[in-house]
Ligand binder design. Structure first.
Ligand code: PSU
Ligand code: MN
Length: 306
């Protein structure tokens, strides 16, 4: 069996890729482990509609029935949203899930892997994983960062959540040669908040400018991704200091409950949601829509260059 035999790409997406049309990858962990059911069903469909409205084709990734799925049917989206017996699949889990036929939601890392295999250049998510607070002791660094170091996919995100150590996350990305571009900002966004206090080297003000940088990186033969930090729209942004309090409590609870490994991120996300109620969830939806829009615009610009 070759790589192609493991990939299951919908005919619509395959045709778009063959014709060099814009395609935007979307992850499924945000559905299965980042949002409640049934609200996530509406999100899953709406985010795809936004991509289409911008002139690109959405490609939500997942691992189902021993295949790396690129593009999900309505039934498959529903399966991911219900999240019954749906694991969280990072790079190391892929062989296990494929060989055993288990159903899994793809993280940023695995969605990037699958996107590159399929030939998709741009990917929209909410927030990337990163270096966790206290990683000096725990060594908890998301596999998302290694993927960004190695895999040629541009990732549009609202930065990374404050649950992480944003400073160390940026240091790590610098070490591994991953450009971090700010869209209409000169700071790395902090998911619910527009700014983090961490300055970026480059502010870009148009999708075209971002597409040119992405194209140049890969045209040079450089491996790895590009991060585009797209701040949450002003009207949905939450207060940084308020969030800091919520996160401190969530981290304390996680420690007391001895949560480890891949369960830490979903645990913290669920706790934050419970503590902040509907407000943070509404923000989460809006920033993800905002990222899907920008990612589509970048994909459209990239398709004009190639
Ligand atoms: N950050 C968020 N929401 C999410 C995730 C991260 O704000 O849903 C998910 C993404 O799928 C990301 C994964 O790739 O969590 C990172 O998990 P870990 O920290 O275990 O690598
Ligand atoms: Mn981890």
């Amino acid at each position: 069996m070759s790589v192609k035999d493991y990939l299951s790409i919908t005919p619509e997406i395959q045709q778009a890729l063959d014709e060099g049309k814009p395609v935007v990858a979307l992850e499924s962990t945000i559905l299965s482990h980042g949002m409640p059911f049934p609200e996530n069903v509406e999100f899953a469909h709406k985010v795809e509609e936004i991509v289409r409205a911008e002139g690109a084709i959405p490609a939500t990734a997942a691992v189902i029935g021993g295949k790396l799925k690129v593009g999900l049917t309505s039934e498959e989206l529903d399966l991911m949203c219900r999240a019954e017996n749906v694991g969280k699949v990072s790079r190391r889990d892929i062989p296990v899930y494929l060989a055993t036929g288990q159903t899994g939601a793809t993280t940023v890392a695995t969605t990037m892997m699958i996107a590159e295999m399929a030939g998709i250049k741009v990917f929209a998510t909410g927030g990337i994983g990163g270096v966790h607070r206290g990683a000096q002791e725990t060594m908890d660094i998301s596999a998302d960062l290694q993927e960004l170091a190695n895999t040629r996919v541009a990732v549009v995100c609202a930065g990374a959540k404050q649950i992480l150590d944003l400073g160390l996350t940026l240091e790590y990305l610098e070490t591994f040669g991953v450009p971090v571009l700010g869209y209409k900002t000169d700071e790395f966004p902090a998911f619910y908040c527009r700014s983090s206090g961490f300055k970026l080297d480059r502010q870009c003000n148009s999708p075209k400018e971002i597409a040119d940088i992405i194209y140049t990186k890969w045209n040079l033969g450089l491996k790895g991704g590009v991060i585009i930090g797209n701040p949450i729209p002003e009207e949905y942004a939450l207060d940084f200091n308020e969030m800091e309090k919520v996160i401190a409590k969530a981290l304390e609870d996680a420690k007391a409950a001895k949560v480890r490994g891949k369960f830490i991120t979903p645990y913290l996300l669920a706790h934050i949601k419970d503590m902040t109620g509907g407000e943070s969830f509404a923000s989460n939806l809006q920033l993800a829509y905002n990222n899907a829009r920008l990612a589509s615009q970048i994909a459209v610009e990239l398709s004009k260059i190639r």
